[in-house]
Design a protein around this ligand. Structure first.
Ligand SMILES: [Zn+2]
Length: 309
């Protein structure tokens, strides 16, 4: 096995660039065990942004993504449940996804969301994905997907009505720069749809370092609605909606990861076996968190400002 510690490098704030971190705690890769040592969660003293340091060196990410990484899976009941949830999202977001809108998904993995949008009636969908294996699956489904990232691919400016970032922003080494690039790609009045973990949530507080939303080192940073609002405003994006997910997924996962972190093997195995039941059982808590606008999983809509308006 390659020594992963050589591929972890100290970084400064991914939003404002300042190198003035306030330590918040230590995180381990409880889920997949890819980290050779704990990494620090810090808050930038200048802008409040929370991020990990050290982080995987850009280009070495593959070392920290296991072969069975969930978002790349297309079979099994978790994949089925994810597809059902995505179909619901597409119905809700249809005013932003309907043809003739041009829709771009950044980090589209195997293209599930794009496939659902196309099946719902919009052929003008395209995506980019850095993982060649995941992208090839999307290509086999006849989707217009290019292998690469926002930095490596030349994409046309102001060409898209809607850009989708589904649990991607927290994976990017420079999220501030990525948001600026997304704002360039959108036409004035176009919409960015972002799904991401919310660091200012009940689940984050309750589970601490075992919170599913940290997922180090794959997630390099943790946004809150407040840091996201500032980051969007800086690049001319105005937040127009903040939706809090209400199902128990993150609570069921939080309990499992907490049991694993504590070394409670039997409880962990029981929770894994009863994962679906645990999701149902914890949904009332998730619902209460959503009503209090403190869910750990949020969907943000941001509109690109129209000059002169
Ligand atoms: Zn900062």
């Amino acid at each position: 096995m390659s020594d992963r510690s050589h591929h972890l490098v100290a970084v400064s704030c991914g939003l404002c660039g300042a190198d003035d971190p306030q330590p918040l705690g230590w995180l381990e890769d409880i889920r997949y065990g890819t980290l050779p040592h704990p990494v620090q969660l810090v808050a930038c003293r200048v802008c409040g942004f929370r991020y990990l340091t050290p982080q995987p060196q850009p280009g070495s990410e593959a070392l920290f993504y296991p072969a069975g990484y969930d978002p790349y899976r297309r079979t099994g009941w978790t994949a089925t449940a994810r597809r059902l949830l995505l179909r619901r999202e597409v119905r809700v977001l249809w005013p932003y996804l309907a043809p003739p809108r041009h829709v771009l998904e950044i980090g589209c993995a195997t293209g599930e969301l794009l496939f659902i949008i196309r099946a719902a009636g919009n052929p003008f969908v395209s995506g980019i994905e850095p993982d060649p294996d995941a992208a090839r699956i999307a290509l086999r489904h006849g989707l217009d997907v290019r292998i690469g990232t926002l930095e490596t691919l030349a994409l046309p400016s102001t060409a898209y009505d809607t850009v989708l970032l589904q649990h991607v922003l927290e994976h990017l080494p420079e999220p501030g720069r990525a948001l600026a690039r997304v704002a360039e790609l959108l036409r004035p009045g176009g919409t960015l749809v972002l799904w991401l973990p919310n660091g200012d949530s009940w689940a984050a507080r309750c589970f601490g370092s075992a919170w599913m939303g940290y997922d180090p080192p794959r997630h390099r940073s943790v946004f809150t609605p407040a840091t996201l609002l500032r980051a969007c405003a800086q690049v001319g994006l105005e937040i127009i909606d903040e939706h809090h997910e209400w199902h128990g997924l993150e609570w069921a996962w939080g309990l499992r990861l907490l049991a694993r972190a504590k070394g409670w093997r039997r409880i962990e195995h029981t929770l894994a076996r009863l994962h679906f039941a645990a999701i149902l059982a914890t949904t009332p808590i998730a619902l209460a968190a959503a009503l209090a606008r403190r869910s750990g999983r949020i969907r943000i809509l941001a509109r690109k400002r129209v000059p002169g308006s």
